[in-house]
Design a protein around this ligand. Structure first.
Ligand SMILES: [Zn+2]
Length: 225
């Protein structure tokens, strides 16, 4: 059975939206599809390819480069959200933050806008929720595009990368054909110490390296009350 996490963190078994994050093929087009965190999936053929890459002693084999250069798969956000049934949902799925800090800070550059919406604190980790308004990714992008985050606290603590982040196209949030709203999150651990009052949030689009001019990282100073 395939499990899908909707934008409200509710598991559903709707496999119609499931597609391999590496090649973009739908469940009906592959033999097996393994579900990962968020809307990430991998099919049996892409797993096989990854195995071959692992066996190749060269650091950048042609297969690895081909895989890395595939365009991102963008998963459409579900249009209807099932009502969460808290009573019957397993405890692991009750993913409610115990603290939400509203950010609502935005920056524009080169025709794109990055809007940081919220910092959400969970038991073991925290997430940044963002909207990335940008020209639409071409259809058939075969890997999930991501923003890479780097966080620096005024206490000296640092976090890099993200764990289990996701991104979905929110076609319901805009009707401008030049720009699509992508909703994403990035997860970090451990939680910031209570002494942290200021967070420097930097976000980079890895594909921005190929833009002319190169897209510099976004930088936000976030105050934690
Ligand atoms: Zn695949």
């Amino acid at each position: 059975m395939l499990l899908l996490v909707t934008k409200d963190g509710v598991m559903s078994t709707d496999r119609s939206l499931a597609r391999c994050s590496f090649c973009g093929r739908h469940a009906s087009e592959v033999k097996h599809l393994v579900a990962g965190p968020g809307a990430a999936y991998i099919c049996d053929e892409c797993l096989q390819l990854c195995n071959e890459i692992l066996k190749d002693p060269a650091p950048f084999s042609p297969q690895a480069l081909e895989l890395a250069s595939r365009p991102p798969v963008v998963v459409a956000a579900p249009q209807t959200t099932p009502t969460p049934d808290k009573e019957s949902a397993p405890p692991a799925l009750q993913h409610e933050p115990h603290r939400v800090i509203t950010l609502e800070v935005e920056q524009k550059q080169q025709g794109m806008t990055l809007l940081l919406q919220q910092l959400c604190y969970y038991a073991q980790d925290f997430e940044i929720h963002y909207l990335w308004i940008r020209p639409p990714f071409p259809a058939g992008f075969a890997f999930v595009p991501r923003l890479i985050f780097s966080l620096h606290a005024d206490t000296g603590a640092q976090w890099a990368g993200d764990r289990g982040g996701m991104i979905v196209a929110r076609t319901d949030l805009g009707n401008d054909p030049e720009h699509t709203v992508y909703q994403g999150s990035a997860r970090f651990r451990p939680l910031p110490e209570p002494e942290v009052k200021q967070l420097l949030v930097r976000a980079a689009d890895p594909l921005g390296q190929f833009e002319t001019p190169i897209l510099p990282p976004w930088e936000f100073e976030v105050h934690i009350p």
